[in-house]
Structures are given as structure tokens and as C-alpha cells.
Design a protein around this ligand. Structure first.
Ligand code: NAD
Ligand code: K
Ligand code: MN
Length: 357
């Protein structure tokens, strides 16, 4: 019997509702398996921790996570604490500390979901967005001077390195190569950002020679929003910078039906450190504490976690359970137009897993 060590970090807001739900579903899955088990450890880091300790996570936080096989994360974001403190103090600390440079965001329309694109078929929207997760616009380089004075100025430098761009391009090309259609769209803004993005384009071209069977094209980020809406079937794998992909993947989530469904993995492809899986949504202040959060994004993230640790069969089983639940409108949460609660959806997934072991 193999035991996987999983860290759970609910964080803030509805993270505290959906991560326990995700853990419950993983435990239900393990219960039906004779080959693997989970050893969970929960970490109470986030806004509440900050109010006591003045930091979002302890100094040795990364050490406490280092020996885990994977991390299941909720959200960092508290109504009473500035967003840049919660984000940089927890989620980005882990992503950057463990060099999880590939942020992978699969998007497709699950069965039973009424998605807003009326002119396209469900199967037309089947994308994986690869987000550069370690530098670019979120490199943290910059500063603010002369605060409060008329000459006040501030910068956030979008820093890209050859190593950083090469590795995310190679990751994206490889992913495209593994998919049936083998298409890659490189998102850019090299008309306006004439240094970093021009290098980005150039490196894409260089790396493409290693993958002659991948068909690839370039698209400006603004134009790509239109293409996502008007010609979704023309896209397969998409690679974009940290900021561009952050924005595009929220749009992708909405086009696929709801922010509450979309999953992501913050992945260290070299497996030097644990990778971290989370729904793409945040703390959702408007619905937190009400039991209305859709846990499907967390469950789908758990599917990605299972694939990553090397349990593809269990991953497929959980995905089937998720699709069984989304197909039933009685099990839709409010974001999908339904009245089901987080607990009801979670119990339905667990029941399906128990019945289809
Ligand atoms: P959000 O994702 O929290 O919410 C956006 C909208 O989507 C809200 O109307 C919310 O109710 C809805 N929504 C999101 N997830 C849902 C779910 N599972 N079920 C049903 N509805 C859902 O984005 P925001 O409002 O911009 O951010 C709130 C806080 O979360 C901020 O502090 C922000 O910094 C933080 N945040 C954190 C992360 C992260 O930790 N990865 C990501 C995004 C936002
Ligand atoms: K999140
Ligand atoms: Mn985001």
C-alpha cells in the first residue's frame, strides 16, 4: 500500500469550505483503493494566521511542505488585509519558493453545464492554458519613490529571463505534442512591449524547431480574447505570460460555465519540490461562510493532483464522478443557476465513488 503525503492549505474565504470538501473526496477515493492511501496534514495559514502572527505563513513554512507529495490549496485573500500582502505572503511564496514555474489550466465544458457561448458546440472549447508562473509581470521587481509627493513614481518591472521563457515554452510545446490536435498558440504583446515580448516570440520560434510535429501560431493578447469567444475550436494549448494568462484563464473559466469549476496546477515539472493544486477562483467574499461555494474546481484540481502523483486511474475515476454530478442540475450550486450546497455536491461525489469502486 502506497501512502501519499498531502498538505492541505485552505487559506481564506471559501478556501475554508472547498478544501475540506476536496480532502473528503480524496479520502473517499482512497477508501475504495487497495493500492494507495493519503496522509493529510492541514496548515491553518492565511488571514487568520496573519492577524495573530503578522505573517501569512511561518518562516519555516516551505520546510514544513518540502517532504509532501503534493499540496491542495484554497485561496489567499481576506477582506481586511491588503491583497498584495495575502497573495505575496502565501500563494506566491509557495509558487516561487518551490519554483512551480508552470501553471496549467485545463478548460472544457463539463456535461450538464449551460455555458454562455451559444454559437459553438460544447466540444469546440477544449483548451489547456499554460501560464508562466515564476517571473514576468509578477517578478516582484520594482519600487515606489517619493510617496505622497507630486513627483511620486512607481514601477512593476516585467522581467523575463531566457531560462524562464525557454523552460515554459518547452513545457507548452511538449504538452501540445501530447494532445491529439498538437496545436499551440503563443500569446504575445510584442507590438507594444518591444523588449521582453520580442524575446518571448523569438524564443518560441527557437523552441518550435525541437517540436516539428506541433503546429503553432502567435496571437496578440487582446485579439486572443476575441478569438476565444468567436473561434474557440481554433485553440488547443495556449501559452502566455503570468499576467496575460491570469486574465485569459478567468475568461476561459467563465466561457466554460463558471469560475467555480476551473482547476489549476502550479507545477514544478522537474519534480524537485511538491507541486500545488488549487481552484483558480479566490476567496469569494460575497458568498463565503454560506455553504454556497462550488467545490467542483477543487475536485478537478484534485484530479490534476492525482495525475501528477502517478495515480491516473484514480484521477479518471474522480473525473467521472465530477461529470456525473455536473450532469445533474439538482446538484448545481448557485453560480451554475442551481440551489445545491457545497456539502450536497461533495456528498454526491463521495457516494458515486463508493458505488463505482
Ligand atoms: P473570486 O474568484 O474570489 O470571486 C469572483 C466571483 O466568482 C465572485 O462573485 C464569487 O462569488 C464567484 N466565485 C468564485 N469562486 C466560486 C465558487 N467556487 N463557487 C461559486 N462562486 C464562485 O475573485 P475576487 O473577488 O477577485 O477575489 C477575492 C479575493 O480572492 C481577493 O482577495 C483576491 O486577491 C483573492 N484571490 C486569490 C486567488 C488565489 O489564492 N489563487 C485567486 C483569485 C483571487
Ligand atoms: K485559488
Ligand atoms: Mn487569477
Amino acid at each position: 500500500m502506497k501512502t501519499y503525503r498531502i498538505a492541505t492549505i485552505p487559506g481564506d474565504g471559501i478556501g475554508k469550505e472547498v478544501v475540506p470538501a476536496g480532502r473528503q473526496v480524496l479520502a473517499a477515493l482512497a477508501k475504495t483503493s487497495s493500492t494507495f492511501n493519503f496522509e493529510f496534514e492541514d496548515f491553518d495559514w492565511g488571514g487568520d494566521y496573519y492577524r495573530i502572527h503578522n505573517v501569512m505563513m511561518p518562516d519555516n513554512g516551505l520546510e514544513l511542505l518540502r517532504n509532501k507529495d503534493a499540496i491542495l490549496f484554497g485561496s489567499a485573500g481576506d477582506p481586511d488585509i491588503a491583497d498584495h500582502i495575502t497573495l505575496w505572503g502565501l500563494r506566491l511564496k509557495i509558487c516561487q519558493g518551490f519554483d512551480q514555474y508552470a501553471n496549467v489550466r485545463p478548460t472544457r465544458i463539463l456535461p450538464g453545464i449551460d455555458a454562455p457561448l451559444k454559437r459553438c458546440k460544447t466540444e469546440d472549447l477544449n483548451w489547456v492554458i499554460v501560464r508562466e508562473n515564476s517571473e514576468g509581470e509578477y517578478s516582484g521587481v520594482g519600487g515606489r519613490v517619493h510617496q505622497g509627493h507630486p513627483i511620486e513614481a512607481a514601477t512593476d518591472l516585467s522581467m523575463m529571463t531566457r531560462v524562464g521563457v525557454e523552460r515554459i515554452m518547452r513545457f507548452a510545446f511538449k504538452l501540445a505534442q501530447s494532445r491529439p490536435r498538437k496545436l499551440l498558440t503563443v500569446i504575445t504583446k510584442s507590438n507594444a512591449q518591444r523588449h521582453a515580448m520580442v524575446m518571448w516570440d523569438q524564443i518560441a520560434k527557437e523552441i518550435s524547431t525541437e517540436f516539428p510535429d506541433v503546429k503553432w501560431d502567435k496571437e496578440l493578447v487582446d485579439a486572443s480574447t476575441v478569438r476565444m469567444v468567436n473561434r474557440p475550436a481554433s485553440l488547443d494549448v495556449i501559452v502566455a505570460t503570468n499576467l496575460h494568462a491570469d486574465i485569459l484563464s478567468d475568461l476561459a473559466a467563465a466561457l466554460a460555465g463558471s469560475m467555480g469549476i476551473a482547476p489549476t496546477g502550479n507545477i514544478d515539472p522537474e519534480r524537485r519540490y511538491p507541486s500545488m493544486f488549487e481552484p483558480i477562483h479566490g476567496s469569494a467574499f460575497d458568498i463565503m461562510g454560506k455553504g454556497l461555494a462550488n467545490p467542483v474546481g477543487t475536485f478537478w484540481s484534485a484530479v490534476m493532483l492525482l495525475e501528477h502523483i502517478g495515480e491516473p486511474e484514480a484521477a479518471a475515476r474522480l473525473m467521472k464522478a465530477i461529470e456525473h454530478v455536473t450532469a445533474n442540475p439538482a446538484l448545481h450550486t448557485r453560480d451554475l443557476g442551481g440551489t445545491a450546497t457545497t456539502v450536497q455536491v461533495t456528498e454526491a461525489v463521495c457516494a458515486y465513488l463508493a458505488a463505482h469502486a
